[in-house]
Ligand binder design. Structure first.
Ligand code: 5GP
Length: 148
């Protein structure tokens, strides 16, 4: 099956899911291949393949719902001493299903999940150079955003 259609099928009720939360814009359901028990996904109902395609208002809502469900996980029967929010945007970032989704991953000590790679000690000048480049690109894309 085209992976793009799997979450669309879940939204439409054509494919089964274990729902946690639903409103007009957002659906949250259990991941069928959980990284840890209780791992859930928050998705926009209107399909967007990437962050670039996602309505930023709905993007904000994804985070708000993810934030709330992170709190719910901690209060539920799921073993949860911490939470990772994770979103893969693009194939090289590990995205497998091309319908934007926010992972909400409950964490416990020794569960084995982790993002491990870290570059060691880039020079401040390199950090400053990249910061300026990213800020300039952001100003070009969103000239009227606050702070610019
Ligand atoms: P990605 O690697 O794209 O960030 O994550 C895709 C996630 O979707 C994976 O964690 C995978 O287990 C989950 N997934 C893929 N197909 C289905 C499905 O049909 N139902 C549910 N509930 N989760 C799915």
């Amino acid at each position: 099956m085209d992976p793009y259609s799997i979450f669309a099928d879940i939204v439409a009720g054509r494919a089964p899911s274990s729902k946690v939360y639903e409103d007009a814009d957002v659906l949250a359901f259990m991941d069928i291949r959980p990284m840890t028990p209780g791992h859930l996904l928050v998705i926009p109902k209107v399909a967007a393949r990437s962050l670039a395609e996602l309505d930023p208002v709905v993007g904000g809502k994804l985070f708000r719902v993810g934030q709330r469900l992170a709190a719910a996980l901690r209060e539920s029967e799921v073993a949860c001493d911490g939470v990772n929010l994770f979103l893969a945007d693009g194939e090289v970032a590990g995205q497998e299903v091309f319908h934007v989704h926010l992972h909400v991953i409950p964490r416990t000590s020794g569960d084995g999940f982790g993002l491990r790679y870290r570059a060691t000690g880039p020079a401040r000048a390199d950090l400053d150079y990249l910061a300026a480049s990213i800020a300039a690109a952001d100003r070009r894309a969103s000239p009227q955003a606050s702070g610019n």
